[in-house]
Design a protein around this ligand. Structure first.
Ligand SMILES: [Zn+2]
Length: 123
């Protein structure tokens, strides 16, 4: 499954990024929440990614963490007038000037936004 390998990659990325925070004060702390940004054009299915998350993080410091997915819709930018707009598909015509010379301005991202580490306090 495509999303399982993506979930595993996110997991490795967060493990590296949070290593210092997780070992803060000498105690091993868990990651409790991971936020990612998934673009409409990234080829990643957010629902499949959520489904794969539990399996991907099993046995890692991220086990039991919650995955929050921010969905980013596709955007295009006109090469002629620079107008940005939402798009149903890449390569669409600019709604401002009618030029077909548009490029993708957003929606291809698959980024880790943040990871929250358990601060060790109760409640
Ligand atoms: Zn335009």
């Amino acid at each position: 499954m495509h999303e399982l390998s993506i979930a595993a990659e996110i997991c490795r990325c967060v493990e590296r990024a949070t290593e210092a925070a997780r070992k803060d004060g000498g105690a091993e702390r868990r990651v409790i929440c991971v936020k990612v940004r998934v673009g409409e054009l990234s080829g990643v299915d957010p629902d499949a990614l959520l489904f794969a998350w539990g399996a991907a993080v099993a046995g890692t410091p991220l086990e039991g963490s919650r995955l929050e997915i921010e969905r980013v819709s596709a955007r295009i930018r006109c090469r002629r007038c620079g107008a940005e707009s939402g798009a149903d598909f890449p390569g669409a015509v600019c709604p401002a000037c009618g030029s077909p010379g548009t490029e993708i301005a957003g929606g291809t991202e698959m980024d880790v936004v943040s990871a929250q580490v358990d601060d060790g306090r109760e409640g």
